[in-house]
Write a protein that binds this ligand. Structure first.
Ligand code: BG6
Length: 468
């Protein structure tokens, strides 16, 4: 039995705000990341401080160098390349009457190049890149008017790229609205009480559910042969012990995330959420027809990121929804230098968990290892640790396929070094391609291949057989 199906979408994934740079070029507006100097785990500035350095403003200059970068992806044999459209390049403040033609042209050229190099473009419509003006004016998705603003943006990009892009996803890691609300929901809620935070977060989520369902509808109308998915952060959650309290709470913690895919894939609010709403005194404002919209236009597939697993101890803080933030350490697992527990089998576990629950195609659109790469005396980067991480995870993907799970593809996160979303640094590198740039902005931006580049190329060339 072959390990991977022959049309498996091998590839890599990046986001515009972490790679493109050119943050004010060709009419682009300011987006939320442009103000997040130290990444989303920290508080973002209200204005750009001219005396400070913002790594994402130039990032790796993908905006001007994408041709060279895509040539390297082609050399690795990528079948798919996941990227996001920077919303503020198309609508600088979100509310212009007409889109910014220069921004649209950029993505036209980019998609043409991706296709020319034999890859399928996989597009995230909103990857932590909401135009900042929408935060100032509406507090982002807290306000229902974002639904129409988002749909206007969707209509423009679906119409424009209908012949080029068949794979779409609406919101990157929508469930992360609970741990990084500014990034995932464009809401600023730091100064609010817990009750207010929960109210705003779930209300914003509701608006995003309606928007996502209507985007699904629009996408299918404009691009009949398209697939449009939802995207969640779904690293595994384990109970710390077999104590039923740990087991039960781990399940409850997991549900805080699965709530999002439950609504977007099954098309209705699950019963268990009522108890959470009661506990936090959340009163959701829905309009007539919202439930029908959510029921009528579910996502076609479930895309997710998987980096690690977390271990939950009963009674420990419960605010996180994806785990990893508050979890206990797992004595069976090693960690990356950023403390992320490396758990390949967890990926197989999650694939089984999700497919059992939904029976919809899964797309692993992020998985990867952030590490400190050191240039050796021979001038090269021998990143065996990354190869090891990847090999062990891909073996588990093949096991999941043998378990009977339908997995469309695997796009490794950060095939080229980019700015970290969580911490805003260059030092945390994921790439198979090294980019000469440091945290302070020094470097030539030159690209070079790490050992993992050749290794992944071989995996794709053999459709996974070289893993064994
Ligand atoms: C995911 C995001 O949460 O994790 C990416 O979708 C991000 O944007 C990735 O880069 C890895 O996180 P970090 O903080 O290491 O960049």
């Amino acid at each position: 039995m072959k390990h991977f199906p022959k049309d498996f979408l091998w590839g890599g994934a990046i986001a515009a705000n972490q790679a493109e740079g050119a943050y004010l070029e060709d009419g682009k507006g300011i987006n939320i990341t442009d103000l997040a100097r130290h990444g989303f785990q920290n508080i973002a500035d209200d204005n750009i401080n001219p005396d400070e350095f913002y790594p994402s403003h130039e990032a790796i200059d993908f905006y001007h160098r994408y041709k060279e970068d895509l040539m390297l992806m082609e050399e690795m044999g990528f079948k798919a390349f996941r990227l996001s459209i920077s919303w503020a390049r198309i609508f600088p403040t979100g509310e212009e009457e007409k889109p910014n033609e220069k921004g649209l042209e950029f993505y036209d050229n980019l998609f043409d190049e991706i296709i020319k190099r034999g890859m399928e473009p996989v597009v995230t419509i909103s990857h932590y890149e909401t135009p900042y003006a929408l935060v100032e004016k509406y507090n982002g998705w807290e306000d229902r008017c974002l639904i129409d603003i988002f749909l206007k943006y969707c209509k423009v990009i679906f119409d424009r790229y209908k012949d080029k892009v068949k794979y779409w996803m609406t919101f990157n890691e929508i469930n992360n609205i609970h741990i990084i609300p500014y990034a995932a929901g464009a809401i600023k809620i730091d100064s609010y009480s817990l009750k207010e935070k929960m109210q705003i977060t779930y209300q914003a989520s509701h608006h995003m559910f309606v928007a996502s369902a209507l985007a699904n509808k629009l996408c299918h109308e404009i691009i009949p042969d398209s697939k449009i998915g939802c995207m969640l952060s779904l690293s595994a959650v384990y109970p710390n012990t077999c104590n039923p309290d740990d087991v039960f709470e781990a399940m409850e913690l997991r549900r805080r995330s699965l709530f999002y895919s439950d609504v977007m894939l099954r098309g209705y609010y699950p019963g268990y959420i009522n108890r959470i709403f009661e506990e936090f005194h959340v009163t959701l404002k829905k309009e007539t027809g919202d439930d029908e919209i959510i029921a009528s236009y579910p996502s076609d597939y479930l895309a997710f990121s998987y980096y690690r697993s977390t271990t939950h101890v009963a009674g420990s803080p419960f605010m996180g929804n994806t785990g990893g933030v508050t979890g206990a350490s797992n004595p069976y697992l090693d960690t990356t230098p950023w403390g992320w527990q490396i758990d390949p089998k967890g990926l197989r576990f999650v694939c089984n968990e999700l497919y059992d629950r939904y029976q919809k195609p899964l797309f692993i659109v992020e998985n990867g290892m952030g590490n400190i790469d050191v240039i050796s005396e021979d001038g090269k980067i021998h990143d065996d640790y990354r190869i090891d991480y990847l090999r062990r995870h891909l073996v588990e993907v093949s096991e999941a396929l043998k378990d009977g799970i339908l997995i469309i593809g695997y796009t490794y996160w950060g095939p080229i070094d980019i700015v970290s979303a969580g911490t805003g640094e260059m030092k945390k590198r994921y790439g198979f391609i090294y980019v000469d740039k440091d945290n302070e902005g020094n470097g030539t931006l030159k690209r070079s291949k790490k050992d993992s580049f050749y290794w992944y190329k071989k995996v794709i060339e053999t459709n996974g057989d070289s893993l064994f």
